[in-house]
Design a protein. Sequence first.
Length: 153
Amino acid sequence: MNYASGIVGDRAHAEDVVQDAWLRLRAAAGRRQPDEPLGYLYRIVRNLAIDGLRRKTREARVFDPGIAADAELASSDAPSPESEAQGREELRLLREAMAELPDRTRVALEMHRFGGFKLREIAAHLGVSVTIAHELIATAVAHCRWRVRPSSR
């Protein structure tokens, strides 16, 4: 019930979904016993709940197209135009911030964050101690954070 309710957002509708799922599981078990009956039941519940939400959206589209458009936009995995624009702006600011860093600091940051190198590998590449490599990366991250998110100053 809790699983179905979490998907459909309505306890009464979740009861209907679980009851229908249970009937389908029993019918399937009569033909052939599922290997994982509990997992199979959860899958049936999920599929029925999602199908119900899709049906509800289609019905809303027929009766009130404005509501359907809002529902589709809200359930979309795609970022909103505003968050896309904000992301592009943050990326631009990050590039500028990295360009402002001294070469050694920038290289340490790139190796650590983008290359996945360990501190000792970065230290060996730059010819510095592990402590200095750590300080370079911390300085670079702080600078980039300060430039990208000025409100955190």
